[in-house]
Ligand binder design. Sequence first.
Ligand code: NAD
Ligand code: ZN
Length: 350
Amino acid sequence: MKSARITGPNEPLAVSNFETPKPEGSQVLVKVNSVGVCHSDLHLWEGGYDLGDGQFMKVTDRGVKYPVTPGHEIVGTVEEIGDSASGVSKGDQVLVFPWIGCGECPACKVGNENLCDTPKSMGVFQDGGYSDFALIPNSKYLAKLDGVDPDAATSLACSGLTAYTAIKKSNQNSPEFIVIVGAGGLGLMGVQIAKAITNAKIICVDLDDQKLETAKEMGADFTVNSKDPETAKKIMSICNEKGADSVVDFVNAPPTAKLDFAILRKRGNLVLVGLFGGSIELSLVTIPLKSIIIQGAYTGNYTDMVELLDLARKGTINPVISKRYSLDEANSALEDLKARKIIGRAVINP
Ligand code: NAD
Ligand code: ZN
């Protein structure tokens, strides 16, 4: 099999041939049709996360071992099945749930493997889908596409799934206004999902007018380009000067986090999702005085992924796939994402 692998931080991905693994026990070998290129692949490639104040959290300190094959938004065709694998047959088109946990910790025990204490996520802690074949540890992590377009379905394993979790968290107490910060792969899914599952008016914020235009097409009621120094003022005016009931920040960097706190209303709900990172200073008294909720959202669970597949099958959500690359072009795919050239998602078709 041929895989594009990260050999070390910021090193060009190496595309090489390896022996194709043979599935054993519950394992399934999938021929990869399409794999989404997520901004998290960029953080993995860069070697970690910006903690702010010049500090950096290395992925190797979190258990990543290079070389690793990235890619956690994997759609493929079942090629070969281990002796004890069940529920799928050769030739089935499947979406892979990549957020694999230990199965033993409190989160895994209630079905939230995505929040496992010792995660084994594909494309992060074990090899993922930037490859023509991927070995899936257990057939239980597969969901049949049953008619969903393979390129579009990739998004449902991460960008759509994460947006689904985050929008559900933001949809407490019947919000009148939800602000979505960042109109990239995650944010555009967030806009569509918010339109589908909430009754709120949606305000979308980004630095890029073209992305905001797409956000409007996906259902955003208002868009604001945050290059405008009056951004907070504009949003307050849209929200009748009270502020937003919920803000979902798919960037989560100092400028966006400062904006989030400036526009959040009393009793508001802030959901932080992006991993752009950095740090900010907080006026602590404002948190109790405004009685705000600050929470994080990290990917989603298998059940939510299956629900999303259903929404995509019905046409309620339509992931935006704007660019396709071959496996040999994996480096260009990451470079283009970094340069903010991608609208919605790009996929690699190995
Ligand atoms: P993306 O590159 O597709 O989109 C990022 C968007 O943010 C772009 O549209 C860009 O123009 C916009 N942006 C950047 N800086 C901005 C700023 N200062 N103000 C306003 N807009 C700004 O990325 P993505 O794939 O959507 O991922 C977004 C972030 O979410 C990444 O950090 C990624 O690693 C993270 N992520 C988190 C989870 C999770 O479970 N929490 C899951 C997947 C991805
Ligand atoms: Zn992702």
